[in-house]
Write a new protein. Sequence first.
Length: 256
Amino acid sequence: MIDLPVADPWFVSKRVDGQVTLVTEPHVHPLLRCNVWQVQGRTSDLVIDTSLGLAPLRHLVDRELANGLLAVATHFHSDHIGGLHEFSHRAVHRAEVDRLTEPVTTCLESLAYGEDVVGPYRRAGYRIPELFIDAVPVGGLETTVLEGDPVPATRVLDGGEIIDLGDRSFEVLHLPGHSPGSIGLWERPTGILFSGDAVYDGPLLDELDGSDVGAYVTTIRRLRELPVTVVHGGHEPSFGRTRLIELCDLYLAARG
């Protein structure tokens, strides 16, 4: 059993606007603290990413609706799909369908991660602790290595596809670079972008297994031209178009 304080509740929910809610795990280090976004629609709801899976998530985002609830993984990394097994309807980009047929393994010890993961965070001034959590959920955790069953997708997404919630819809943007099947969800009328790990206000990781710097440069150039009003990323706080351009220019100066 991991000897850390118990945090109850484990998740914190914050209503961002009338239909968008952010769910986070405050006791998880920012490197693994995935933003879970719920978007409420007239006929169905959307959950974008599902956290580490350390504690049950679905009860926080469930509603009785005609077409239920679709959980979209912006990419296959374990900090984004840990709770995906709780949802009957699961979607991922075509390039990562096979990844969801493999067991999900998450390690909470920082020593298990290479310099390609922790290095950018360390250089950006983040403290890298021995464990990427400072508390445990109710019931505790037996081990620092979490093993989960495969969570095969029930819906395969392609770039340009539309996810319809009844009164609002999101276009799937294929944004490879961080991973082969990284995606964003773009609501053109409002300018809202859920960007996953393609861009967020923190160290962007482009040297992971499956990353592609050339593809990432193309993605960042594409995002720089997108007429967004707000970006809800896979990590860290949301931001507007001015900050998006700054982040894109910083990345392109280093890699472009």
